[in-house]
Design a protein around this ligand. Structure first.
Ligand code: AMP
Ligand code: FE
Ligand code: FE
Ligand code: ZN
Length: 291
């Protein structure tokens, strides 16, 4: 069984439509793929409708969150959530708030860049996102298209980095509240790329223990941004805290170089995840037949 539990479509900051994404998953020989767009479930229906026979699609998302340490500024963290009820009122209201927050913040970043002389236009970026969830990758692509930088990577390394004078933070969900909301909606919360030091500041073991206390059920261990030592540490922590472990590519289409299936989840861990999710069922069975 080849199981990849973390991918993005163009409904957020990937580049493939949900239909193209599930076709890519099948072509890569996956048996199971989770669609985990940032802060939205809008791609679920199209992924389900286009699902090739033999591929199971696990509906999910990646919630933008913050951890609040005692005496330091908040740390940006991502929470994967699977198999929750997408109609749960409090969770869907929080997702709507996050998407609105992203729009306001994206516009402020672009206004700051334009004021500094970079030829980027907010309305065009919103148009290019085609109603999807806007993030820095959309601004990065606009910078590439304007010839300001050569690649999305280069935009993130400099103009869009959190150290850039043009950077604006988002008011993301308190991760402990996010975990509670996902559980209330019958979902399975899994801490995404928790030790990816290459992305910026990360949380300590006590924070992960606090998340487990709030109802976290898993840690994403095998992720392209984790070193072997970071994976070992997280696997040990999962054992101590009784959490399941996952492995995933965090594929973003052409916005990142990571191919789908670059990291995989152990089938036994996947079974535990399925058993814990009660808010909605995975999309499986023969195409066209509910299963
Ligand atoms: P935002 O959510 O708007 O703060 O943007 C962060 C998102 O940008 C992350 O979820 C990643 O998917 C993406 N990202 C971060 N670094 C890079 C990079 N170097 N190249 C492409 N995408 C990136
Ligand atoms: Fe992303
Ligand atoms: Fe993430
Ligand atoms: Zn992701």
């Amino acid at each position: 069984m080849r199981i990849d539990l973390h991918t993005h479509s163009a409904v957020s900051d990937g580049t493939e439509s949900p239909a193209a994404l599930v076709a890519t998953a099948a072509a890569a020989g996956l048996d199971v793929v989770a669609l985990t767009d940032h802060d939205t479930t809008d791609g679920w229906a199209a992924a389900e409708a286009a699902r090739p026979a033999g591929l199971t699609v696990v509906p999910g998302l990646e919630l933008s969150c913050r951890w609040f340490p005692a005496d330091e500024p908040p740390v940006s963290v991502h929470l994967l959530a699977y198999l929750f009820d997408p109609a749960h009122p409090a969770l869907s209201a929080e997702l709507a708030r996050l998407r609105a927050e992203r729009l306001g913040r994206g516009e402020r970043i672009v206004t700051a860049l334009a004021a500094a002389g970079y030829p980027v236009v907010w309305e065009r970026i919103v148009e290019a996102s085609a109603g999807g969830v806007v993030g820095r990758p959309h601004v990065a692509r606009a910078l590439v298209e304007a010839g300001v930088v050569e690649s999305v990577d280069q935009a993130f390394a400099d103009l869009l980095s959190h150290r850039s004078p043009h950077y604006v933070a988002k008011a993301d969900t308190d991760v402990l509240e996010g975990i509670r909301l996902v559980r209330e909606a019958g979902g399975v919360p899994v801490f995404a790329h928790g030790l990816a030091t290459k992305r910026g500041r990360v949380v300590d073991d006590a924070a992960i223990a606090a998340m487990a206390g709030a109802g976290l059920l898993g840690l994403e261990v095998d992720h392209p941004d984790h070193s072997p030592a970071e994976r070992d540490h997280l696997r040990g922590l999962a054992g101590e805290l009784g959490l399941l472990t996952t492995g995933s590519s965090d594929h973003h289409g052409a916005n990142k170089t990571t191919p789908i299936g670059a990291c995989l989840t152990d089938p036994g861990q996947y079974d535990a995840l399925l058993a814990a999710g009660t808010g909605t069922a995975p999309f499986t069975g023969p195409v066209g037949v509910p299963g």
